[in-house]
Design a protein around this ligand. Structure first.
Ligand SMILES: NC(=O)c1ccc[n+]([C@@H]2O[C@H](COP(=O)([O-])OP(=O)(O)OC[C@H]3O[C@@H](n4cnc5c(N)ncnc54)[C@H](O)[C@@H]3O)[C@@H](O)[C@H]2O)c1
Length: 434
């Protein structure tokens, strides 16, 4: 198969690289000349564990190329994937489809032979049909079918998720498109990974419903965590006791500072807009969004309480600012709410993050960057764990407490146990829901 992948962000690049590893010929296109220049030099513009090696192997084998020219990419392609961003539109929270529709127009202008135009971006119900209309309007001669193939990979584990997915969802309406999509995913089909064929609208809906459900699960445990604090229960044990029930499952039951990232905030927001437009309000998801905002504010109060009501003049050492470990993605990270609030309250903030600095320097003005947690903790008044990177999981607590001016810990990821922290010389510990 020859595949063109439009957009070399977190999803497009991983998908393109993994498809080439399946043995397909892949050409990745991006508007950003800087990204393509990097990729052509063999550099990976994002941090995603393991991606560099697979990329290099497939470039070497001649199966993977990069270009900024869509016409070159489309030559002989049997499938063209759209994997561009669908951020929240300013003002109304709807998915901004300008990149998707821009890509559709670009495709229409360059398409010579038959191809399946596959939308991998997360898009509102009805968008695949609109992509088809835009292509037809731009180029009435174009010979194509559309397909919906939403992506479920998690940043930080994207390759594993792509190569060993829980399922692949394919929305198609023509037999020809179904066959091509089947050929593309044949390596997964042969290894018995479930492939779910549906119509276009259903495929689009599966993606939003899945993300909204996961955001709900996280928010549910975060709300239970708040109640645990009031009634003297321990949310970690509550989550364990709940998660052992096969109907509930133990994933996405870790209480923390609220969900963030490049998907849940914008997808929950878009789902509520889709519901409103169709006269069918998504009340649960609307509430989830409101509660998640309150969770982030509750975290700020936790730090203030730990410091006797104010952080004015205090030095706060923040461990982790990316929205989760193993990624450099800062989009909608809870740190973007919590850190500015602390700075606004008069705190000096030092940050350590294994991959967050490149984006973080722009997004978190006024913080100072350290490369080591012990340096960050020197003479600090509070240590704040915000992202559960592995390197923050087994710190020498005694060394930290001795380095700090007033050793207090706000452990917003419940990484440590209160007894261990206090035993190591900290004077106060605050977790979430314990
Ligand atoms: N990031 C995730 O973990 C994830 C997971 C599942 C689904 N998704 C969905 O996948 C889509 C892409 O997300 P992302 O995080 O990869 O986005 P991203 O912002 O990292 O990447 C998008 C890329 O598309 C490029 N682009 C935009 N318009 C273009 C055009 N017309 N031609 C060529 N290139 C163009 C941009 O330059 C950018 O490099 C979104 O809809 C998102 O919701 C993301």
């Amino acid at each position: 198969m020859r595949i063109a992948m439009i957009g070399t962000g977190y999803v497009g690049l991983v998908s393109g690289v993994c498809f080439s590893d399946f043995g397909h010929d892949v050409i990745c296109v991006d508007r950003s000349e800087e990204k393509i220049a990097k990729l052509e030099r063999g550099e990976v513009p994002i941090y995603e564990p393991g991606l560099d090696a697979i990329l290099a192997r497939n470039v070497e084998a001649g199966r993977l190329q990069f270009t900024t020219d869509i016409a070159t990419a489309l030559e002989g392609a049997e499938a063209v994937f759209i994997a561009v961003g669908t951020p929240s539109r300013r003002g109304d929270g709807h998915a901004d489809l300008s990149y998707v529709m821009g890509a559709a127009e670009d495709i229409a202008r360059s398409l010579k032979d038959y191809a399946v135009v596959v939308t991998k971006s997360t898009v509102p119900v009805g968008t695949n049909r609109k992509v088809g209309e835009v292509i037809r309007a731009t180029n009435p001669e174009a010979n194509f079918d559309v397909a919906s193939n939403p992506e479920f990979m998690r940043e930080g584990a994207a390759i594993e998720d792509f190569m060993k997915p829980d399922r692949v969802v394919i929305g198609v309406e023509s037999e020809r498109a179904r066959e091509i999509m089947g050929d593309i995913y044949r390596p997964l089909y042969l290894r018995d990974f479930p492939i779910v064929y549906t119509g276009l609208e259903t495929a689009e809906m599966i993606k939003y419903a899945s993300n909204a459900f996961l955001a709900t699960k996280i928010t549910f445990i975060n709300e239970i965590a708040a109640l645990c604090e009031r009634v003297g229960a321990n949310v970690k044990d509550v989550a364990k006791g709940m998660g052992l029930d096969g109907r509930i499952g133990n994933k996405f039951l870790h209480a923390g500072p609220g969900y963030g990232g490049s998907c849940f905030p914008k997808d929950t927001s878009a789902l509520t807009r889709i519901g409103q437009e169709h006269g069918c309000p998504m009340r649960i998801t609307e509430t989830v969004i409101t509660v998640n905002e309150a969770v982030k504010r509750r975290m700020i109060d936790k730090v203030l309480d730990l410091c006797g009501g104010s952080v004015n003049g205090a030095t706060v050492a923040v461990l982790g600012v990316t929205f989760k470990p193993e990624t450099d993605d800062m989009r909608e990270s809870p740190s973007l709410t919590i850190v500015p609030a602390l700075i606004g309250g008069g705190a000096r903030v030092r940050v350590v993050d294994p991959q967050g600095r490149r984006e973080g320097e722009r997004l978190l003005p006024g913080v100072s960057w350290e490369s080591d947690p012990y340096e960050a903790a020197r003479d600090a008044d509070v240590l704040l764990t915000l992202t559960a990177w592995n390197e923050f999981r087994a710190l020498d607590l005694r060394r930290l407490s001795e380095a700090m001016a007033t050793p207090r810990m706000a452990d917003l990821r419940n990484i440590y146990e209160r007894e261990d922290v206090l035993e190591a010389g900290f004077i106060a510990y605050e977790g979430v829901g314990r």
